[in-house]
Design a protein around this ligand. Structure first.
Ligand code: GAR
Length: 220
């Protein structure tokens, strides 16, 4: 049995991915505990999800800081105080400074709702629909200084269906998010997933540039 890992999870909104981690810890898929949930927004519904699960929460409102650096410094200090094994960005909608990212390099992971390297940044589903894409998806990746550009860990695809709008597509993608994000974190907690020389390594092997192809083992 491996040691229980400590997770700190950063959110800004609904927290459905946070809920997936709460569930995965409760049902022992993850041998981990959520040491702290931090939100930059006081009204994030994810804070309620955490409270219901007896997970400690902290609000660090970015408006209270005069610079991105000052906000990140406070965030860094609060995270370090909990000594986490992994820092999980779960719908955390702030761009992080290079200093912050480098401090947590190899211990900082993000989920982005597109088939990276396609559509880094905002409005991913709208952009996929406007481009007439036939598929969309989601990517889990280690975080580096490049926005949504760090080494991919796992990717899941979904079809874009006739009549889809941003909401219907986001819903279909979210169901995949809730599967692949806990899976990636499980690999990390088991010591199977590491970042080495800016590359994602799973079970000692380099992962492809777009990460582990989740659909290939699941025929979705
Ligand atoms: C998720 O779709 C996540 O992939 C996305 O925000 C949503 C958060 O949902 N993240 C980003 O866009 C980061 N660039 P949740 O609060 O229900 O987990």
């Amino acid at each position: 049995m491996t040691v229980k890992r400590r997770l700190v999870i950063l959110i800004s909104g609904g927290g459905s991915n946070l809920q997936a981690f709460i569930n995965a810890c409760n049902n022992r898929m993850l041998n981990a505990e959520i040491a702290l949930v931090i939100s930059n927004k006081a009204n994030a519904y994810g804070l309620e999800r955490a409270a219901q699960a007896n997970v400690p929460t902290l609000i660090i409102d970015h408006h209270a800081f005069t610079s991105r650096e000052a906000f990140d410094a406070e965030l860094l200090q609060q995270i370090d105080a909990r000594q986490p094994d992994l820092v999980i960005l779960a719908g955390f909608m702030r761009i992080l400074t290079e200093g912050f990212v480098n401090h947590f390099k190899g211990r900082l992971i993000n989920i982005h709702p597109s088939l990276l390297p396609k559509y880094p940044g905002l409005n991913t589903h709208r952009r996929a629909l406007e481009a007439g894409d036939t598929e969309a998806g989601v990517t889990v990746h280690f975080v580096t200084e490049e926005l949504d550009g760090g080494p991919a860990v796992i990717q899941a695809k979904v079809p874009i269906e006739k009549g889809d709008n941003e909401d219907s597509l986001a819903k279909r993608v979210l169901t995949q998010e809730h599967i692949i994000y806990p899976l990636a974190v499980q690999w990390y907690c088991e010591g199977r997933l590491v970042l080495e020389n800016d590359q994602s390594i799973l079970d000692g092997k380099h992962l492809p540039a777009t990460g582990f192809a989740y659909n290939e083992i699941n025929n979705c």
